[in-house]
Design a protein around this ligand. Sequence first.
Ligand code: CUA
Length: 351
Amino acid sequence: MSRPVQLLPDQASTVAPRVDALFYFLCGISILVSLAIVGVIFYFAVRYRRRTVERGPMAGQVIDHEDTRRMEVAWIAIPLVVFLGIFYWGAKVFATMSEPPADALTVYVVGKRWMWKTQHAGGQREINQLHVPVGQPVKLVMTSEDVIHSFYVPAFRVKQDVLPGRYTTLWFEATSIGNFHLFCAEYCGTKHSQMVGEIVVMEPAAFQSWLGGGSGGTMAEAGEKRFGDLGCSTCHREEAQARGPHLRGLFGSSVKLQDGTTVVADESYLRESILDPRAKQVAGYEPIMPTYASQLGEEGVLELIAYIKSRPATGSAAPAAAPPPGGAPAPAPADAGNAPPHPAAADGGAP
Ligand code: CUA
């Protein structure tokens, strides 16, 4: 696969050729400009060299103002057009890389000194490994348990910092089967250089059977158990008198807050509301929810989020079936009293 002399790693994702094209263009233009400048330096050094006898041209001040004006316009206009072109090109590639496609498979990543922990929605956990199917966009929702790390897959040309206390995302679509290096690209302590792993890209069918080999329940099921164990279900019920908003159809919907503003219930909002419930108080409810920061690790929070995502606005609760982004928003929590009693209202297992 790899050639004896290779400037860059193999291209193994859909964005890799686009990143490389931009990189080669920047290198090429830098080489051209450098050669031109060095060439002119040598030419002038020889042609206008200091002579003992006056026999050739001597360096002097250019005094034709029309000439200098034309030169100024040229050296402002030409680089401006080139740089704006590079900016536009780079911005297009960046925009593609920062916007995961809607149909992307979500995988959760937790970095800690010094390992990568990954978990699939189906519950399969991995350490320093990530199995993904070829030809399908994969979105990573990532956080750190301690310090800043950086998730870097050279063959995919993607890198994203992984920060404690918040979620960052990264997406890629692998284009070839095989194993690819995963590195931590942010110095994070003595064993930073050992915080490595591999991305295993498989045929979709092989990936499906790999997923089937996992034991235990899905992330949503684990989250549902936590939801009951922690007593969340005592307040977050689908009843008019419930002390907390019910969470059906919450993920991806807009939530009205006490201060009149609205937020979209994405992963970061849910995480903050579990760990620091008063940061964004939902309109119509008392600020009585305690923090669960001491009872949940990052992985526990991700399981709760997977459970909340798995509960669609209406209909039967198909596990792990997240509502489509931008789909019909759920009724605002304050309207919970209008919702008809739901057969699944008792799920969560608590009285
Ligand atoms: Cu983690 Cu360097």
